[in-house]
Design a protein around this ligand. Structure first.
Ligand code: S3P
Length: 450
């Protein structure tokens, strides 16, 4: 169980050029899926480069609670001895998914079509997030859910005894919901069909195909139609997890706003359903280049080089790009503060139901640091102050949200006065080596007294 113990206040101060290699950890989305799909295969899946952040460690613990042997061999190498589709045992303890929406939502889907009961909980952030988006489709398979008011955790799921396949149109752009329905569909006989109006990250589909499931994808006028044949025997895999583009975003954006910087992030995943931030930064005038583009384990990867970019300008980010950079808007808003002109972000309602309300959290902190921000239900606009002209000087609340905490630490690197956060402890959920990696590049982040 990941807990948020004592808060860890942190302060980030203006630094000189950031230089060197940023070996960011493994992809969080692919790490969760490697453990869960490995658990549902028959035999031993080996995983190299698993993200050992709290979110993924909570998923590993959850898989053990469902009767799956999960072994940490050290150095990012893990193995999962899968029990097969439908082979989960009933956990005898409450499953604590900590801070992880991806973990709890995917696992609820994966167990919903097995005749077992499980109770899920999380930290204060996770227990305030909406779960009806998962319980609505899983009841169609025959599962039942009993949660708190508003469909919140803690919540008990009673898995279906005789699951039925379903056809489900995902009402919001969400890879977690799509994936939960597909994972539930694995143990339903016949074809489960999921339709998404806007494409979201497709790691589940790619990995299901890799594990030997029969899965077809068709792009139609209604959207992306995914058809999965239930009750396959999944074959164990050897998986090398690419480095997380969402974590790479932090050293990359730091380099863009810090004079003289030149940072290389090797081996990052560049799946097009995840790479929207880099497209946006290039449109803004960022000095980014991709080297060594190649494919590894069914995912496109490359080495990404980022250099100081003093001439960035604000852009309008099209809503159609939102899903491919949904986790990167907080750090984009920081880069926008150092660009010239307005950066307009629309079609981003989902940001309000992440680990925190990310529009509110960033807008409040940016304003406190002297940056003008306007916001509405599903849009926000950051007015850039230009390079070197962000005042800084304020302490921001991280709201149990790793990406908010890291974004404000990046803000401090280019601001006139240091920027602080009340609590950097959530950073370990996705980027446990953030402080040491950034320090190695030349950043000045220190733990401060509360
Ligand atoms: C994720 C999907 C996204 C993203 C999250 C990881 C996934 O959430 O924000 O960090 O691995 O499927 P939504 O599905 O809620 O958009």
């Amino acid at each position: 169980m990941s807990g948020h113990g004592a808060p860890i206040p942190m302060t980030s101060s203006k630094c000189g050029a950031l230089k060197g290699m940023a070996e960011v950890p493994g992809d969080k989305s692919i790490s969760h899926r490697s453990l869960i799909l490995g658990a549902l295969a028959v035999g031993e899946t080996r995983i190299f480069g698993l993200l050992e952040g709290d979110d993924v460690l909570d998923t590993a613990r959850a898989m053990r609670a469902f009767g799956v042997e999960v072994t940490d061999h050290g150095g990012g190498e893990w193995s999962v001895n899968g029990v097969g589709v439908g082979g989960f045992a009933e956990p005898d303890q409450v499953i604590d998914c900590g801070n992880s929406g991806t973990g709890v939502r995917l696992i609820m889907g994966a167990m919903a079509t097995s005749p077992i009961t499980a109770t899920f909980t999380g930290d204060a952030s996770l227990n305030s997030r909406p779960m009806a988006r998962i319980t609505d489709p899983i009841v169609l398979f025959g599962a039942q859910s009993f949660g708190r008011k508003g469909g919140r955790l803690p919540m008990t799921i009673v898995g279906a005894v005789d699951p039925l396949p379903v056809s489900y149109t995902v009402p919001m752009p969400s890879a977690q919901v799509k994936s939960a329905v597909l994972l539930a569909g694995l143990n339903a006989p016949g074809k489960t069909v999921v339709i998404e109006r806007e494409a979201t990250r497709d790691h589940t589909e790619r990995m299901l195909a890799g594990f030997g499931a029969e899965i077809e994808i068709e792009n139609t006028d209604e959207g992306r139609v995914i058809r999965l044949t239930g009750q396959p025997e999944l074959k164990p895999q050897t998986i090398t997890v690419p480095r997380d583009p969402s974590s790479a975003a932090f050293p990359v954006c730091a380099a863009l706003i810090t004079e003289g910087s030149d940072v290389l992030v090797p081996n990052i995943g560049l799946n097009p359903t995840r790479a929207g931030l880099f497209t946006t930064l290039i449109e803004m005038g960022a000095n980014l280049s991709f080297e060594n583009e190649r494919s590894e384990g069914g995912e496109p990867v490359a080495d990404l080089r980022a250099r100081f970019s003093p001439d960035m300008k604000g852009v309008e980010v099209p809503p159609a790009r939102a899903a491919s950079m949904i986790d990167e808007y907080p750090v984009l808003s920081v880069v926008a503060a150092f660009a010239r002109g307005d950066t307009i972000m629309r079609g981003v309602r989902e940001l309000r139901v992440k680990e925190s309300d990310r529009i509110e959290a960033m807008a409040t902190g940016l304003r406190a640091n002297g940056v003008e921000v306007e916001d509405g239900p599903d849009w926000w606009i950051v007015t850039g102050k230009g390079p070197g002209h962000v005042p800084g000087g304020a302490t921001c609340a991280s709201h149990l949200d790793h990406r908010i905490a890291m974004s404000f630490m990046i803000l401090g690197m280019g601001s006139e006065k240091p920027v602080s956060i009340d609590d950097g402890s959530p950073i370990t959920t996705s980027f446990p080596v953030f402080e040491s990696l950034m320090a190695g590049l030349g950043a000045q982040i220190r733990r401060s007294n509360p």
